[in-house]
Each structure stands twice: as C-alpha cells, then as structure tokens.
Ligand binder design. Structure first.
Ligand code: NDP
Ligand code: 8X3
Length: 256
C-alpha cells in the first residue's frame, strides 16, 4: 500500500469464517490488517496471502482470547505504529454444543462465556485506550440473531450473545466522549465452520443446519461489516441484524 493506506483494522478470529472474509475485504480496500487466532499455520498462510494479493501490511498475532494474560501481553507489545487501530472487529467466538439446560456441559458453557464475552472484553480493554488517545475509532462487535431471541437448546450461546448486545450498548455510551463508534452486527445463519465447531467435527450434523435454505456466506457478513465502517464520520450504525431471506429470526427459518 505504502502511500494510500486507509487505516488499520484489527480482526479477532481471522483464521476462518467471518473474520477471514473481513481480513480479505479490508485488505482489498487498502487497509493494513492485524489478524489474530489460535491456529498459527492458518494465520501465517493468511498473512502471506494478504500481503501478496493486496500489498497489505499484516501483523499476525497468535493467541487465545480466553487467556487474559496472553491478550494483554501480546497486544501491549506490538510496535507503536500498529497501535493506531482505526477499526476493531470483535469477531472471535463460537457455539459449543446444542443441549437443553439440564443436559448442558459446563465445559461448553465456560468455553462460550470465556470466548464470546470475556475474550471480547479483554481485547477491547487493551485497544480502547489506544482509540481514546486519538479521539477516534470504530468497534464492531459480532453478536448474532441469537442475541435477540433465544431458541431451543441455545440457552448459554444465546446468553453469551445477549451479553455482547448489552456490552455494545454500554460501550457506545461510555465511549461517546471519545467519538468512538460502536456497532453491533447480528448475523443469522451463515455457513462457516461455526456448526462444525458447535457439533465438534460432525460434518453431517453441521451440513444439515444449512439444508433447505440459502444461508449467508462469510463474504455477505464481511460486506456488511465493511459497509458500516465506510459511512461518513458523523454517522454510526448502532445495531444491525442481517439474515438469509428465508430466515425471520433466530428460531424461525422457512425451509423448503
Ligand atoms: P468460524 O468457526 O468459521 O470462525 C471462528 C473464528 O473465531 C476462528 O477464526 C477461530 O480461530 C476464532 N476463535 C474461536 N475461539 C477462539 C479463541 N478462544 N481464541 C481466539 N480465536 C478464537 O465461525 P464464524 O466465522 O461463523 O463465527 C465468527 C463469529 O460470528 C462468532 O462470534 C460467532 O458466534 C458469530 N456468529 C456466527 C454465525 C453463523 O451462523 N456462522 C451467525 C451469527 C454470529 P481459531 O480456532 O484459529 O482460534
Ligand atoms: C449463530 C447463528 O442460529 O446458530 O449465531 O444462533 S445461530
């Protein structure tokens, strides 16, 4: 990019799905990109791809968002020029299992709450002061239609995304004095590795989720994320729900 850099975007969970599509989209638009995730080989491959295809400067950071110390140490120690983050996309997250509350696995509950809620907070806690010092910035939190309505067996996943919704509202109030935008984006059913992760590698179960309708793609979501960041400085989309045409809400999909 050299002379025509649009800014710096930090995307958590860039090794798959929405995060990867966001990394490609922002790099293609001329952003320099900080990508994060646990799978190092994928991060390295994406690093190479983004630099070669788009000429983006890329910083790949390999950490688990659940690890408060790792989040703090890794992010605090990046070179100062990378701390001028314009856009933070809090995307890393997962659903683990799909069970009634009486049969839920506490390990799954911990994983979802630690990743979707606490991980988002840990990353934000480091990045927000960088934005505050520049009196500008944009935080995009990836919620879900599951934040807006609870569906059968969705209990703790839905609760974790409702927390993302509430945290986004709180951030928006607290960060107004610093002119930091906060946008919560709530996608409906999108075919990524999401269901493969939820069903712990069971490919048939994962595929079944998307039968009978055309789901969103990771690129659909990335396009909407990018759109929200491309508006004039005085305009902020606070909260945005997007679903496939055949989906009305978290628990109603008109399958054919
Ligand atoms: P994917 O499983 O395809 O991607 C998830 C990403 O999150 C991966 O890059 C993964 O990287 C990262 N991640 C997960 N856990 C951690 C962790 N502990 N530390 C660091 N990174 C982590 O799923 P999606 O792209 O679909 O999901 C992205 C977000 O969108 C999630 O928050 C999800 O809840 C939400 N969402 C998904 C919907 C869907 O239908 N797909 C709809 C609505 C919201 P790695 O494993 O390498 O660490
Ligand atoms: C992911 C979509 O429908 O499984 O948030 O809740 S859903």
């Amino acid at each position: 990019h050299q002379s025509d850099i649009m800014g710096i975007v930090l995307i958590t969970g860039a090794t798959a799905g929405f995060g990867q599509a966001c990394a490609e989209t922002f790099a293609a638009k001329g952003y320099d990109v900080i990508i994060t995730g646990r799978r190092k080989e994928r991060l390295d491959a994406l690093h190479t791809q983004l630099s070669q295809e788009y000429g983006a400067n890329v910083l790949a950071l390999n950490f688990d968002v659940r690890d408060e110390k790792a989040v703090w140490e890794t992010l605090s120690n990046i070179p100062d020029e990378w701390k001028a983050v314009d856009i933070l996309v809090n995307n890393a997250g997962l659903a683990a299992g799909l069970s009634t509350i009486d049969e839920g696995d506490p390990d799954d509950w911990n994983n979802m709450i630690d990743t979707n809620v606490k991980g988002l907070l840990y990353v934000s806690r480091v990045v927000i002061p960088w934005m505050r010092s520049r009196t500008s910035g944009h935080i995009i939190n990836i919620g879900s239609t599951a934040a807006k309505h609870v569906y059968a067996k969705g209990n703790v996943y839905c609760a974790s995304k409702a927390a993302v919704d509430a945290i986004s509202q709180g951030m928006r109030i607290d960060l107004l004095p610093y002119r930091i935008k906060v946008t919560a984006i709530h996608p409906g059913a999108a075919e990524t590795e999401f269901s493969l992760v939820r069903f712990k590698g069971d490919e048939d179960k994962a595929k079944d989720v998307y039968k009978g309708f055309i789901p969103l793609s990771a690129q659909d979501v990335a396009d909407v994320v990018y759109y929200c960041t491309s508006l004039p400085p005085h305009v902020c989309i606070n909260d945005l729900v997007l679903t496939p045409l055949q989906q009305a809400n978290a628990y109603y999909i008109d399958k054919n």
